[in-house]
Design a protein around this ligand. Structure first.
Ligand SMILES: [Ca+2]
Ligand SMILES: [Ca+2]
Length: 156
């Protein structure tokens, strides 16, 4: 027997509570993996019960594979354009304070939508990228990206 019970209500002994399905959202940023879902009664433990050890039930058959977004820069002005400050102009000579004009595309190549992010720029002394390369002040806000979607910043 299923007894419809809308809150607040008191359940008779042996009666079940049957309500509408509940939407359970998985928080953004949850690590990738295979998940089952558990439901736990009286999770705040406000009801003293004869058995407190049988309150949780795990979904046994259904599981959900959670994917994550993967952001990458897939297009970048090469080389960055700038207005030389030296006289005579030399395209390989810049002075501190020079503004580089770049066009950059950040793409979500993952299997899940991404939340908004920020793309920044670094100066590299060699052909590889290290986390110690100095970070430049400019920031480029990237909006939330669907799977396969990209966002391009262009010089203004
Ligand atoms: Ca309890
Ligand atoms: Ca990435």
């Amino acid at each position: 027997m299923i007894t419809k019970c809308s809150l607040p209500c008191q359940l008779d002994a042996g009666a079940y509570s049957a309500t509408e399905p509940v939407s359970v959202s998985i928080p953004p940023g949850t690590p990738a993996g295979s998940y089952r879902v558990a439901a736990c009664a009286d999770v705040l433990n406000v009801v003293p019960e004869s058995n407190e050890d049988n309150n949780c039930k795990l979904s046994k058959d259904g599981y959900y594979v959670l994917f994550q977004p993967d952001l990458s820069v897939d297009a970048f002005t090469d080389p960055p354009y700038f207005t030389p400050l030296v006289n005579p102009p030399d395209p390989n000579v810049v002075a501190p304070g020079t503004s580089l004009i770049v066009t950059e595309t950040t793409r979500n190549t993952g299997k899940s939508a991404s939340s908004p992010s920020t793309t920044r720029f670094r100066l590299s002394l060699n052909r590889s990228f290290e986390a110690s390369d100095p970070l430049l002040a400019a920031t480029r806000p990237v909006p939330a990206l669907e799977v396969g979607q990209s966002s391009t910043a262009r010089p203004r």
